[in-house]
Design a protein around this ligand. Structure first.
Ligand code: TRP
Length: 72
């Protein structure tokens, strides 16, 4: 079986939200995690989580590379 992808989120300001969205017919928020500046969350996609939404300024690293969220 293929390994499950990790997403590394490094908050660049206080109050960054990492929001998990459900897998399946309904796409709903199921969990919100709040990070302060410098905090790192390492999360996986799971049978419950098909997508993540990051709100606020953060550096996001996946197997596909690194990107930034937050207002320019
Ligand atoms: N209980 C959730 C799950 O197993 C935990 C989780 C995994 C999560 N990845 C996440 C929560 C990403 C928020 C964002 O799917």
């Amino acid at each position: 079986m293929a390994p499950i992808d990790y997403v590394v989120i490094r908050a660049k300001e206080d109050g960054v939200n990492v929001i998990g969205l459900t897998r399946g017919d309904d796409t709903k928020f199921h969990h919100t995690e709040k990070l302060d500046a410098g905090e790192v969350m390492i999360a996986q996609f799971t049978e419950h989580t098909s997508a993540m939404k990051i709100r606020g300024k953060a550096e996001i690293t996946t197997a596909h590379g690194t990107t930034e969220s937050g207002r320019e």
